[in-house]
Design a binder for this molecule. Structure first.
Ligand code: ATR
Length: 273
């Protein structure tokens, strides 16, 4: 450590709006410390107009990496020089860095979801999956599900136009009206319904019956009504905590070249109830 230390501290950021509840700084800073890396990870709430500027800071070396969250995962693409195959396919970027003087956009959400599902030991191969919502993370989920060999993906969103737009990327997606419930083996809540205590997704749990997998992208609260009711009716449940941890792990590896550990202590760190 010497007089040049100040220029050696690497700076990382998560950008989004809202951002105050993001647990990315907590997780990344924990790993940074644990691996003795000279870096700091912060969060920044942005407006759409600020995106160009913040990515210029990666170009000029003031910032070393950016995580992108709602609602900018697609918007950032126009400021990026090169996309990973997953980022290109999903048109969604959650991890940015500079490589060989090029701004590169990665998507670690898709692999994060895949690793999380594999961890549950639920085999999605040949299964019918019903997705609720069409927000920023949904293209990544669809990519991962297709890779894992699901037989059919049905999707429903309050604003049907946004669901239909996903068919431009995934033409074999089946879109149904909001409120309609198809036959399925696994259901994913990818809406923001459940973040608030009173939020409810109208489902007839008795009709849907037991032994399905209910997956909620939300992990704070750790058990949404969607999950607690599903469990009450004999279904397997899983929240988005491991997906969140895995997408962060993959981003960390891209930036620092080290695969940090995900253990019970880490998962505890992410319990926000
Ligand atoms: P973004 O859409 O900006 O990417 P998101 O948090 O990733 O943000 O997505 C929010 C998702 O929750 C959307 O699918 C949204 O539906 P709309 O496209 O119709 O807005 C869904 N959502 C949010 N509040 C909802 C509500 N009260 N009822 C039904 N769906 C809701």
């Amino acid at each position: 450590k010497g007089i040049f230390e100040h220029v050696m501290i690497k700076k990382y950021l998560v950008i989004g709006n809202p951002i105050e509840h993001s647990l990315s700084p907590k997780l990344h800073n924990y790993w940074i410390k644990k691996n003795n890396i000279n870096a700091v990870y912060e969060k920044k709430q942005l407006k759409e107009n600020d995106i160009n500027n913040i990515i210029s800071e990666v170009r000029n070396g003031k910032i070393d990496g950016i995580n992108v969250t709602v609602p900018f995962k697609k918007l950032v693409i126009s400021f990026i020089d090169k996309l990973s195959s997953e980022a290109n396919e999903t048109q969604s970027v959650n991890t940015i860095c500079k490589e060989n003087n090029k701004i590169v956009g990665y998507n670690t959400d898709a692999s994060g979801f895949e690793l999380a599902i594999r961890k549950t030991n639920y085999d999605v191969k040949g299964k019918k999956v019903f997705i609720l919502g069409a927000g920023g993370v949904v293209p990544s989920i669809i990519l991962a599900l297709k890779k894992m060999g699901t037989s059919k993906i049905i999707l429903s969103n309050r604003t049907k136009k946004k669901a239909e737009a996903l068919k431009k990327i995934y033409s074999d997606l089946e879109i149904i009206d909001w409120g309609e419930i198809p036959d399925f083996n696994m259901i994913i809540n990818a809406t923001s319904l459940g973040l608030k205590e009173d939020d409810e997704i109208k489902l007839n749990y008795a009709d849907i019956g037991p032994n399905k997998l209910f997956y909620d992208i939300i992990y704070s609260p750790s058990k949404t009504k969607f999950l607690s009711k599903a469990k009450q009716f004999g279904n397997q449940i899983e929240n988005g905590k491991t997906m969140f941890a895995y997408q962060a792990q993959l981003a960390f590896e891209i930036w620092h070249g080290i695969k940090p550990t995900i253990d019970t202590k880490i998962l505890k760190l992410l319990d926000n109830d």
